[in-house]
Design a protein around this ligand. Structure first.
Ligand SMILES: [Cu+2]
Length: 126
């Protein structure tokens, strides 16, 4: 009986010790007045999901500017209802201009920077 309890304890402890590998989500608010996308210019580290939260009473989209020409259209949310969100799991490093198809006055920019983490920890003692 003691052995059984010990095994269960080790299994539970092992699960609790697992580090979280999910990078934090970067939030951009959609608002009813300028600048509409807040922050209007967002700087994000590669690998982080980006989530737009529609805090207004009408639908909006998050549409990559290149979609206007159907050339290298990288993201287009479709209509996001009030209270709903749209998530991009990740974007390659670069600068992306986007707008709302329903209200083209709404415009924003995302700059995605390379992650500083290269997969190896720096040496502790130079
Ligand atoms: Cu809109």
């Amino acid at each position: 009986m003691v052995i059984t309890i010990s095994i269960i304890y080790v299994v539970l402890l092992g699960q609790m010790a697992l580090p979280s590998v999910e990078p934090p989500v970067y939030h951009i608010a959609m608002e009813g007045s300028a600048p509409y996308y807040t922050p209007k210019i967002a700087t994000i580290t590669a690998g982080h999901p980006i989530q737009w939260d529609n805090q207004t009473a009408t639908a909006h989209t998050v549409t990559h500017e290149a979609c206007q020409t159907k050339h290298l259209c990288l993201f287009d949310s479709g209509a996001i209802s009030p209270g709903n969100s749209f998530v991009l799991p990740s974007l390659q490093p670069g600068t992306y201009h986007y707008y709302c198809r329903l209200h083209p006055i709404m415009r924003g920019i995302i700059t995605v920077n390379e992650s500083s983490f290269r997969g190896e920890e720096p040496p502790l003692n130079g």
